[in-house]
Write a protein that binds this ligand. Structure first.
Ligand SMILES: [Zn+2]
Ligand SMILES: [Zn+2]
Length: 391
């Protein structure tokens, strides 16, 4: 198990230190003004939303987890179309230090839903009662994310059409897949550039769809909603050029990842506990999306330090995903492992832009705050929001 135990020190002067402890990092956000902060967490990176031979992926589960281990991933969240067979066949658990968790992509004609922590398979085929699907996932103890909401485009050469999510009156989902590698790639290629972009795929990667970001920001102003990043890996042969595998798993595992931040390290000794830690972090939004192919995002932090109303009140420390009533004053803290362009977004609007590795920005208004990072002018990291609500 590759655990990452990071110690991050966000000092008043905003210098950053990272202490590596044995094989892993412990991250600690610490304010040196008065009382040191006790927020520390363990970071793990994984791939979400991918397919094996239990649906339309090209590899068997052991091969997939082997490739995930080679890519240095800590966890894999498999989502075969309308199938929990990988779970029923006993694959959930550790394989070469990689934790495999089995979910399901509930796949009607449109409105695909990535569901996890299910105690039973949920039928997707031929259904149009999408709200009921979301409700059934909840009733079975699970949670879920809207898959590729704006993924309606048909890839050139492929016969299958995309599957968009259009009914935004649906409620009860945990979050939205904000950035999917395959959807981003398909969106930016056409029949003329297809082969060029096959060999230079990174040239077609432009970041999350603006519509997805807008919708996320809009929903976030009403309620807690989590953004995740994914690959939607299938690794099937290309139509016509069948000797070419269309985006192999080993490549995609190095692209868009979701990193989770946990209070407790994962333990290979306990599957139920480790599984719950990852699920709880995802539900809480203690996670971020990173295009790690560009640069390693390990160690990224977005936190807030909210001052109490009283002069002697201890500050409240919030991590991305956290929600609180805004007390009137707060500092937003950003720390990145590599110098990058940092954009702070409030309620969907950019409010501040800076370059560097750290940022401390005082704010005096409630709002839903999140961060976007650009590395060499390319989209790199998208944090989950900190939800500071009006009282
Ligand atoms: Zn899908
Ligand atoms: Zn899929």
């Amino acid at each position: 198990m590759n655990g990452y135990l990071n110690t991050w020190v966000l000092q008043s002067a905003m210098s950053t230190a990272c202490v590596h402890v044995s094989h892993s990092h412990l991250r600690k956000v610490e304010d040196l003004s008065e009382s040191p902060l006790s927020t520390q967490y363990y970071e793990y990176k994984g791939t979400m939303h991918l397919h094996s031979r239990y649906s339309d992926g090209s590899a068997k589960v052991p091969e997939i987890v082997g490739k995930a281990a080679d890519a240095g991933l800590d966890f894999v969240m498999l989502t075969d179309h309308d199938s929990l067979d990988a779970l029923y066949n006993g694959y959930e658990g550790w394989h070469d230090g990689v934790l495999l968790l089995v979910g399901q992509e509930i796949s009607p004609r449109t409105h695909h839903y990535l569901a996890f922590d299910l105690n039973r398979e949920i039928r997707g085929k031929y259904r149009t009662d999408y709200q009921r699907i979301v409700d059934e996932v909840r009733d079975s103890g699970g949670f879920g994310f809207i898959a590729h909401p704006y993924g309606g485009k048909k890839p050139p050469l492929f016969r299958t059409k995309g599957h968009a999510w259009t009914d935004w009156s649906i409620t009860g989902y945990t979050g939205i897949e904000i950035w999917s590698y395959m959807i981003d790639w398909v969106e930016n290629v056409n029949i003329l550039t297809f082969m060029y972009h096959y060999f230079y795929p990174e040239k077609a990667i432009r970041g999350p769809r603006l519509e997805a970001l807008r919708k996320w920001d809009e929903v976030a102003q009403q309620r807690h909603v989590v953004g995740i990043g994914s690959t939607d890996a299938h690794a099937r042969p290309l139509p016509i050029f069948r000797f070419i595998k269309f985006f192999p798993y080993e490549y995609l595992f190095r692209t868009i990842r979701t990193h989770v931040l946990l209070d407790t390290p994962l333990s290979p000794q306990s599957l139920p506990e480790s599984k719950q830690l990852i699920y709880d972090a995802l539900k809480a939004g203690h996670c971020f999306i990173a295009y790690d192919f560009l640069a390693d995002s390990m160690g990224f932090t977005f936190a807030a330090e909210m001052k109490g109303r009283g002069e002697y009140d201890a500050p409240t420390h919030l991590l991305m995903g956290d929600e609180a009533i805004f007390e009137g004053r707060a500092d937003l803290l950003v720390s990145v492992p590599q110098p990058a362009e940092i954009r702070l977004i409030r309620n969907g609007h950019p409010i501040h832009q800076a370059s560097g590795k750290t940022l401390r920005l005082p704010i005096d208004r409630a709002g839903v705050y999140r961060v976007e990072l650009y590395y060499s002018d390319q989209p790199w990291i998208f944090s989950n929001p900190i939800f500071l609500r009006e009282s």
